[in-house]
Design a protein around this ligand. Structure first.
Ligand code: HEM
Length: 381
C-alpha cells in the first residue's frame, strides 16, 4: 500500500470515474458523495466477511476484534467505550507524553541541531503506545523500548495488504505472534489509573474486549499520525505556509485539515456488499468487495476545486469535511488524539523559529506516501 506506484494507480482511478470496477480487486469508490453514502450505509455494506479487512482482523485478533465488528454489536461496544480521548485524558497525554518529547525537540532545534523528524515521530508514537499500554519502560532503556514498540505496531500493520483476502497460515502466525507480543506488554503493564488499559477496564470491558480495542488503536493509530506529521511539516515549509501560520496562528485548524486532506494518512477502507443496493445512481451487487478510496474522495474536484493545490485558507464544505477520518458508526476513534498530537507538534515547531529542510524535500509530490527522513533545522540567517 505504501508503494508510490500504488498511489499513481489511485490517481489514475480518480480520473477514470466516480465508481470503477477492477477485475480481481473490487469496486473502487472515488467520489466524495458516494464514499459518504457507502460508509454511512451499515445495512448494505459490511466490514466483515470474504474480501473485507475483517478477515485479516479475525485471523490475527479473533472474531470480535472491534475493527471487524458491525451493526448493533459494534455500536454497543462503542457506546461502552465512549469517548476515549476526552479533554481530560488529552491533558494527561500532553503532560506525560507530548511535553517531555517536544521539550527535547525544541531544545535541540534551539541549540542549532538538525533534527530528523521521522525517527523523532516514531519515538513519540512509541511513547504514546507505552502510555496507552500502561507500561513503564525499564530505566535507561526508554528510547529503545519506544522504538521497539513502534516497530511492533509497524510490523503488525505491514501484514495487511490490499491484494490479499486471507493471510497464508505462516503469515497469520507471524502477525498473531506480533499481536500477542503487544498484548503481553499490556498484561505486564502496571496500568496506572490514567492509562488507556485502566480506562477500558473501568468501562467494564472484559479482557478480550480490552485487547481488541487496544489492538485496534495500535493497528490504526501507529502509522497514521507518524506518516502524516513529517509530510505536513514538509508541505508547510515547501509552500512557505509555515511562515504564514506563524504570523496567523488562528489558521492552525484549517492548516491541519487542509494538510490531512491532501495526505490522507489512511487512504482506503474495505467493505463487502451484504445486500445489492443502488447509491447515488451506482449499483453495488451482493458479495462485491468495495474499496472506498478516501484519498480520492478528499480530492473530489466538485467538493474541493483544484484538489492538488495546498492552501491553508481553503474552505472545507460539509460534503468533504473530515472524510479522511471516515463516516458514521466507524468514524475514527482516535480523531481527537490525532488532531491534538499534530497541533502540539506544529506549535512546538512554530515556537522553535523559522525552520528549513536540510536536503531535498519531496513534499510537492502528494503521491509519495511516507518519508524515511525529514531533516529540519533553524534557518541560518
Ligand atoms: C490523522 C490520523 C488518522 C486518520 C486520518 C484516521 C483515519 C481513520 C478512518 C478513515 C477510520 C474509519 C475506517 C473505516 O470506516 O473503515 C478510522 C477508524 C479508526 N481509527 Fe483512525 N485515523 C487517524 C488516527 C487514529 C489514531 C491516532 C487512533 C488511535 C490511537 C485511531 C484509531 C482508530 C480506530 C480504533 C478506528 C476504528 C473505529 C471503529 O471501527 O469504530 N485513528 N480512522
Amino acid at each position: 500500500m505504501s508503494h508510490p506506484i500504488v498511489f499513481v494507480l489511485i490517481e489514475m482511478l480518480r480520473r477514470i470515474g466516480a465508481v470503477v470496477r477492477v477485475p480481481g480487486l473490487g469496486v473502487f469508490v472515488n467520489d466524495a458523495l458516494v464514499a459518504r453514502a457507502v460508509l454511512a450505509d451499515e445495512e448494505d455494506f459490511s466490514k466483515s466477511g470474504p474480501g473485507s479487512a475483517g478477515v485479516f482482523y479475525e485471523q490475527v485478533m479473533g472474531r470480535r476484534a472491534f475493527l471487524n465488528m458491525d451493526g448493533a454489536e459494534h455500536l454497543a461496544l462503542r457506546k461502552r467505550i465512549g469517548d476515549l480521548f476526552t479533554p481530560a485524558y488529552l491533558k494527561v497525554v500532553a503532560h506525560d507524553v507530548l511535553a517531555p518529547s517536544l521539550g527535547e525537540l525544541e531544545r535541540r532545534l534551539d541549540a542549532g541541531e538538525t533534527v530528523d523528524l521521522v525517527p523523532f515521530i516514531h519515538l513519540l508514537t512509541g511513547r504514546m503506545m507505552c502510555h496507552e499500554l500502561g507500561f513503564s519502560p525499564p530505566a535507561g532503556h526508554e528510547d529503545r523500548t519506544y522504538h521497539e514498540l513502534y516497530g511492533l505496531g509497524e510490523r503488525l500493520i505491514s501484514s495487511l495488504k490490499l491484494t490479499s483476502r486471507r493471510l497464508a497460515p505462516a503469515e497469520a502466525d507471524r502477525a498473531r505472534q506480533t499481536f500477542d507480543e503487544l498484548m503481553g506488554i499490556a498484561r505486564r503493564g502496571t496500568s496506572p489509573e490514567n492509562s488507556m488499559v485502566a480506562r477500558l477496564r473501568s468501562a467494564e470491558l472484559d479482557t478480550n474486549e480490552v485487547e481488541a480495542v487496544l489492538g485496534s488503536l495500535f493497528l490504526v493509530g501507529t502509522q497514521t499520525v507518524s506518516t502524516a506529521l513529517p509530510r505536513i511539516v514538509a508541505l508547510l515549509l515547501d509552500t512557505h505556509q509555515m511562515g504564514r501560520l506563524r504570523e496567523e496562528p488562528q489558521l492552525m485548524q484549517q492548516a491541519i485539515d487542509e494538510a490531512l486532506r491532501l495526505i490522507v494518512p489512511s487512504p482506503l477502507t474495505l467493505r463487502r456488499v451484504s445486500k445489492s443496493v443502488v447509491l447515488a445512481g451506482h449499483r453495488f451487487h451482493e458479495g462485491e468487495r468495495v474499496i472506498v478510496l478516501m484519498y480520492n474522495a478528499a480530492k473530489d474536484h466538485h467538493v474541493f476545486p483544484s484538489p492538488l493545490f495546498f492552501d491553508i485558507e481553503r474552505h472545507h464544505p460539509p460534503a468533504g469535511r473530515h472524510i479522511w477520518f471516515g463516516v458514521g458508526q466507524h468514524f475514527c476513534l482516535g480523531f481527537s488524539l490525532a488532531q491534538f498530537e499534530i497541533r502540539w507538534v506544529l506549535e512546538a515547531l512554530l515556537r522553535a523559529g523559522e525552520l528549513e529542510i536540510v536536503g531535498r524535500s519531496a513534499a510537492r509530490n502528494v503521491l509519495l506516501p511516507a518519508y524515511r527522513s525529514l531533516r529540519v533545522r533553524r534557518k541560518v540567517a
